[in-house]
Write a protein that binds this ligand. Structure first.
Ligand code: PLP
Length: 456
């Protein structure tokens, strides 16, 4: 029997023999070094060797309330006993899905009052492609099919989500669906040259207008973007960017989809980053922090106008998943939202992020290898560079230095992720000031070790 009690090497060998890992290109490395995680509590993970690791990434940006919350296990067990499964297709529903949809309508800003459930962020973005095209079909403008997204954006890895995303390596893994266009990303440090961040933000936002005019305004259905590009490297846009995107979407009557899969549920110090950045979307994509990763659940929160047009059409909206609104996942998500609310976790994010983490995080900018630090709430990035003054990139293959730094973090029992030459964090939102000290100390030691290698 395969349990936690097997020696690590045996678990690693079985893993290598049978388990295909997502987004793991270097099979040899996975076979050699894969770490077996056995338990979690708060912001801490334990591996099969007994090491205690501080999780600077909340799993995959999702474990907002931290690991090991018994209330969530109880909610799952209760719901499994009462109604383990039923669907929400056709003419049935159940209380967990009703209660969660109503709660999300209460929490979401503006007139975002309707929820279409999925099991993941990718599925939710696939839903969004259908929702916006269906909306324009019913409105009598079926030629509006194009969705404009951004290079280096990430919206999941199904064919739909992967196509919306602007990662060429994902498009290379099996192609890309038609009708998706990409514009540049608002990544001032890497691409802004001599411009001020504000001017660069406007320049990049105005690419949306250029693209709309190129495609034809009557052919564009929607624009989709993450408030802060997450998997692209935690790229916080200049302050001018989102207001200009909003203005352009409004001007051309284009639907605005904001992908809050990472930024939702407290990450930026508000329930949604739309509030942090003052964005007024028609649809918000959610997943991850919705259940703090305790159950796979995602969805689209849809505004009154779009939901009413689709819902009141003569024909059905022929789209849905067996697990849309799964009762156990919904019950766990609802309990997770209760915890975020009653434990005051969003206030906690604001209190620990500024000034406590912010001061320490931005101080890392004094490190000789760090060119820029960004932080919004508990979502941060560090740009690695061989020359801060010229904003130079490392000459070696992009990502080499980030990869090395990540490996040092790993050895120092800190999970930080790298995206090319950027290091990123997104810890559980319950992280304490003492735990922030541990995170910063381990990150500093890891940066020092990687820097020593670069100089050697
Ligand atoms: N959208 C964003 C912004 C994401 O960061 C992710 C995952 O990282 C997704 C969508 C896809 O979510 P999932 O992995 O749950 O399909």
């Amino acid at each position: 029997k395969i349990t936690n009690h097997l020696p690590t090497a045996e678990l690693q060998a079985l893993d290598a023999a049978h388990h295909m890992h997502p987004f793991t290109s270097d099979g040899a490395l996975a076979k050699k070094g894969v770490r077996v995680i056995t338990s979690g509590q708060g912001v801490w993970l334990t591996d099969s060797e007994g090491s205690r690791i501080i999780d600077g990434m909340a799993g995959l940006w999702c474990v907002n309330v931290g690991y090991g919350r018994g209330e969530l296990a109880d909610a799952a067990a209760r719901q499994m006993r009462e109604l383990s499964y039923y669907n929400t297709f056709f003419m049935t529903t159940h209380v967990p899905a009703i209660a969660l949809a109503a709660k999300l309508a209460e929490l979401a800003p503006g007139d975002l009052n309707h929820v279409f459930f999925a099991s993941s962020g990718s599925e939710a973005n696939d839903t969004n492609i259908r929702l916006v095209r269906r909306y324009w079909d019913i409105k009598g403008q079926p030629e509006r099919r194009v969705i404009i997204a951004r290079k280096n954006g990430y919206h999941g890895s199904t064919m739909g989500g992967g196509s919306l995303g602007g990662m060429p390596y994902i498009h290379a893994a099996g192609g890309k669906i038609d009708g998706i266009e990409h514009i540049g990303q608002p990544h001032w440090w890497a691409e802004g040259g001599e411009m001020t961040p504000e001017d660069f933000g406007l320049l990049r936002a105005r690419e949306l207008e250029e693209k709309i005019l190129e495609v034809g305004a009557d052919k564009v259905a929607a624009f989709i973007g993450e408030p802060i590009q997450g998997a692209g490297g935690v790229i916080v846009p200049p302050s001018t960017y989102w207001p200009e995107i909003q203005r352009i979407c409004d001007k051309y009557g284009i639907l605005l989809i904001v992908d809050e899969v990472i930024t939702g549920f407290g990450r930026t110090g508000n329930w949604f980053a739309c509030e942090t950045f003052g964005i007024k979307p028609h649809i918000i994509t959610i997943a991850k922090g919705l259940s703090s990763g305790y159950q796979p659940i995602g969805g689209s929160i849809v505004c009154d106008e779009v939901a009413h047009v689709i819902g009141n059409a003569d024909d059905d909206f022929n789209h849905g998943y067996t697990y849309s609104g799964h009762p156990v996942a919904s019950a766990v998500a609802l309990e997770n939202l209760r915890i975020i609310e009653e434990d005051g976790i969003i206030d906690h994010v604001r209190n620990v992020a500024h000034p406590y983490l912010a001061e320490k995080w931005h101080k890392l900018g004094e490190h000789p290898m760090v060119g820029q630090t960004s932080l919004v709430g508990l979502m941060g990035s560090i740009q690695l560079t061989p020359n801060k003054a010229t904003r130079a990139k490392f000459a070696a293959k992009p990502g080499t230095i980030g990869f090395r730094t990540r490996e040092h973090c790993f050895r120092n029992n800190l999970i930080m992720r790298h995206v090319y030459d950027r290091m990123i964090i997104s810890p559980p939102l319950v992280i304490t000031t003492e735990e922030i000290d541990v995170l910063i100390d381990r990150a500093t030691r890891s940066l020092d070790a990687a820097y020593a290698e670069v100089r050697a």
